[in-house]
Design a protein around this ligand. Structure first.
Ligand code: AMP
Length: 215
């Protein structure tokens, strides 16, 4: 199963990708997570992309294409993978085709998880993350026991620099104007399905598995 999860930031792609990992051992490839790791490690790449990511701007196609090309060569991607946050542009999607073709692979399923702008903004602005173990909370829908601290390791929670309301609206707008163009791109191949990204993670997962023919 070579899968792309499409959807605006905060649509729940990461949560669903983790469920696919638990059930089917499909590795989650999140370009956003990989770029944030580069920043945390203080690499040259991390420093270059920080300015763009903090302003909620897309990083250049060449950078993310190289990252994904490299990651897809890892042995754990041999029997399938879930792309989360990539591709975001038509040139990225075309480059992905070429990268996969080199190893005789192709994308088999593209599932879009959509949700209205205000739902996305509420989810993103309430999101808090543990910088130590990566656990994600929400101040209203999934608060930690002690406000501001991780339940598991007691580390102070942080808000991503691009999770402000203004930047959440910009990222949603970029999805609508740019990334959503991938829907007709993949529909034309008959591999695109749309599911409702509003609901509980468990309910959405049922729909996702149905769309993948795995229910
Ligand atoms: P995400 O975690 O997917 O919301 O990504 C966070 C940020 O990383 C985005 O706002 C972009 O700056 C950058 N980024 C992640 N994936 C891509 C991509 N496929 N193309 C361009 N920029 C990306």
């Amino acid at each position: 199963m070579n899968i792309i999860l499409l959807g605006p930031p905060g649509a729940g792609k990461g949560t669903q990708a983790k469920k696919l990992w638990s059930d089917f051992r499909l590795p989650q490839i999140s370009t956003g997570d990989i770029l944030r790791e580069e920043q945390a490690k203080g690499t040259d790449l991390g420093k270059r992309v920080k300015v763009l990511m903090d302003k909620a701007q897309l990083v250049p196609d060449e950078i993310v294409i190289e990252i994904v090309d490299h990651r897809l060569r890892e042995p754990d991607c041999k029997d399938g993978f879930v792309l989360d946050g990539f591709p975001r542009t038509i040139p990225q999607a075309e480059a992905l085709d070429s990268v996969l073709k080199k190893t005789g692979r192709k994308i088999e399923n593209v599932i879009a998880l959509d949700a209205p702008e205000q739902v996305i903004v509420d989810r993103i602005t309430g999101r808090r993350t543990c910088p130590k173990d990566g656990t994600i909370y929400h101040v209203v829908t999934h608060p930690p026991i002690r406000m501001g601290f991780c339940d598991k390791c007691n580390t102070g929670l942080v808000q991503r620099a691009d999770d402000s309301e203004e930047k959440a609206r910009k990222r949603y707008g970029d999805y609508v104007t740019t990334t959503a163009r991938l829907k007709p791109f993949y529909s034309a191949r008959g591999i695109f399905r749309q599911i409702d990204g509003v609901g509980t993670p468990e309910g959405i997962y049922v729909e996702l598995k149905r769309a993948l023919g795995k229910s």
